[in-house]
Design a protein around this ligand. Structure first.
Ligand SMILES: *Cc1c(COP(=O)(O)O)cnc(C)c1O
Length: 364
């Protein structure tokens, strides 16, 4: 098997170095004589790991002391329910800023538990984030929910909204740990791990203390941030292996320049692709407005609105070169290159070289 370059949107590529570490630790975790896979979640081994990974999260994101760091089962979708279940009780209503498929899904889930106010006019074309002066925020909302990076549509916030004191809740599943973030501007940050920081099954949740203790009485214990915090994220058997992998990925980020390093690399990689698109005289087309173009997920078309036959040929040719999982999401079509932290500059250069060759071959 020759080398494969994985541009999948998630579960996404993990750093090669992390695989080596996992291999070495798989059957004998930290000289315990057994694998972490068969270690008790109540053991001192796991307790130590649990705290160690919380510390890495705190260190990387500079998490203020009045925030709790939780590792919860159920991924991103679990938190779509956990957010209203833990927070909507204050006023019974919540603001959702829908900028793509994922925030739309979050809003839909929240409707089960209270009233949802859509801050932006409904659309099925997510290519921009309207200026904040045009937002219809409800001052009575229990919270304002945003998705900082829309994995499917490739729309990424380039600012932190001012919510006038209403807690800001952010789904950062696909851009967490790709750049520095001022945690103090948020009430809650959450992220499924399988895009940028690990594998599926676990969500990293960072909650401001004053937002605990207000869950709806019907909130399942599993999703109750307060109950989980009180047990240090060991309320039941947690997805230990997924949490462990997340920890090893976060330590890899620490060794590779931290969030500053990740951010510089992300800018470089994204610019390479967007510049190739811009310099193709319209052969390639990126639908998202320039200031909110994602540095993690780059959706693009060949031609505008998109030439299906040519896109198929592009994807087929890419696969023969080992450039895989580039097919756009079925809701959007076309092509999507996901270039999370673990995707190297060399891999992006290989993609860009293929894009240039394909363009030369097909443009007259
Ligand atoms: C993938 C993704 C989710 C869903 O994560 P699951 O762990 O599959 O539930 C939620 N939000 C965003 C932004 C995502 O990219």
């Amino acid at each position: 098997m020759s080398k494969v370059f994985n541009f999948g949107a998630g579960p996404a590529k993990l750093p090669e170095e992390v695989y080596e570490i996992i291999k070495n630790e798989l059957t004998n975790f930290e000289n315990s004589g057994i694998s972490l896979l068969e270690t008790s979640h109540r053991s001192s081994t796991y307790m130590k790991l649990n705290v160690e990974i919380q510390d890495v999260v705190r260190n990387l994101l500079d998490v203020p002391d009045n925030y709790k760091v939780l590792f919860l089962a159920g991924g991103g979708l679990g938190q779509f329910a956990a957010v209203p279940l833990n927070l909507i009780s204050r006023t019974g209503t919540a603001d959702y800023v829908v900028t793509g498929a994922w925030s739309a899904k979050a809003a839909k889930e929240a409707k089960k538990y209270g009233k949802v106010n859509l801050v932006l006019p409904p659309t099925d074309k997510y290519e921009d984030i309207p200026d904040q002066t045009k937002w219809n925020l409800d001052p009575n909302a229990s919270y304002v929910h945003i998705c900082t990076n829309e994995t499917i549509h490739g729309v990424e916030f380039d600012f932190i909204p001012d919510t006038k004191g209403v807690p800001l809740i952010a789904d950062m599943s696909s851009n967490i740990m790709s750049k520095k973030v001022d945690v103090s501007k948020f009430g809650v940050i959450y992220a499924g791990a399988q895009k940028n920081i690990g594998t599926s099954g676990v969500a990293l949740v960072i909650v401001r203390e004053d937002l605990l203790n207000q869950a709806l009485p019907t909130c399942p214990s599993l999703l109750d941030w307060t109950a989980n915090y009180k047990q240090n994220s060991i309320l039941n058997t947690p997805p230990m292996f997924a949490i462990y992998i997340m920890g090893r990925v976060l330590q890899w980020i620490q060794r590779n320049g931290g969030l500053e390093g990740m951010s510089q690399l992300a800018t470089k990689k994204a610019s390479l692709i967007y510049n190739t698109i811009e310099q193709s005289n319209g052969f390639y087309y990126a639908p998202v407005a320039k200031n909110v173009r994602s540095k993690m997920n780059v959706p693009f078309r060949i031609g505008c609105p998109g030439d299906d036959a040519l896109e198929k040929e592009f994807l087929k040719g890419a696969e023969t070169l080992g450039l895989i999982q580039l097919k756009g999401h079925r809701d959007v079509g076309g092509i999507r290159a996901s270039i999370y932290n673990a995707v190297t500059l060399e891999e992006v250069q290989a993609l860009v070289q293929y894009m240039e060759e394909f363009y030369k071959k097909h443009s007259k």
